[in-house]
Design a protein around this ligand. Structure first.
Ligand code: GAR
Length: 201
């Protein structure tokens, strides 16, 4: 068995961040698993092409969040996952799940938190008239997009930008900062001090 730091990536859609993480070849990190809850998600195709094992479970087949999450936990338990990375995972995970993996779940969000939480963050930033936005990687707590911030990337919103061009710019930045955040955690360099995440040298 490899002694690498084992991560699972949860994605429901396109999966460009999933692919960026795999291709970053982060030293001593093994992408053990893709978890996906949407049958036709392109990320499943990417996993196949990159030879990463994938598990698909539709949340629609469960009466409650807890039953769905219990099934996820039981299916991924054997992989001894050390970190779960939510990268475009379109399902809120309840405290039942996050407390099972306490401080072991991180999320990627397409804004500079705490601004523009929730859905369609790039559109919210444009509509608000913000001149800068970006992306955030944070630990997941019991709230939505509220956990301690690990790292952020800044993107300028120019007058010519549309929602589509801003999403493109944010994606580019995300593909840099997410693998870097995973590397910091794998190297045990993130120290939680209250809400602050301090990075050890
Ligand atoms: C990313 O931009 C990520 O920040 C966003 O979904 C996109 C997934 O792209 N996540 C959220 O909006 C979570 N609230 P991808 O499937 O190409 O990696």
């Amino acid at each position: 068995m490899s002694d690498k730091f084992k991560i699972a990536i949860f994605s429901s859609g396109n999966g460009s961040n999933f692919e960026a993480i795999v291709k970053a070849n982060i030293p001593n990190v093994e992408v053990s698993l893709l978890f996906c809850n949407m049958k036709d998600a392109h990320v499943l195709e990417r996993a196949k092409n990159l030879s990463i094992e994938s598990i698909f479970i539709s949340h629609k087949e469960y009466d409650s969040r807890k039953e769905f999450e219990t099934e996820i936990i039981s299916r991924i338990e054997k992989f001894n996952i050390q970190l779960i990375v939510l990268a475009g995972f379109k399902r809120i995970l309840s405290p039942f799940f996050t407390s099972h993996y306490e401080k072991k779940v991180i999320n990627l969000h397409p804004s500079l938190l705490p601004a523009f939480t929730g859905l369609h963050a790039p559109r919210q930033a444009i509509d608000y008239g913000a001149k800068y936005s970006g992306c955030t990687v944070h630990y997941v707590d019991e709230g939505v997009d509220t956990g301690p911030i690990i790292t952020q990337g800044l993107v300028e919103i120019e007058d010519v930008d549309t929602e589509a061009t801003l999403i493109e710019k944010i994606h580019e930045k995300e593909h840099e900062i997410l693998p870097r955040a995973i590397q910091l955690i794998a190297e045990d360099k993130c120290v939680l001090q209250g809400r602050r995440v301090l990075i050890k040298n």
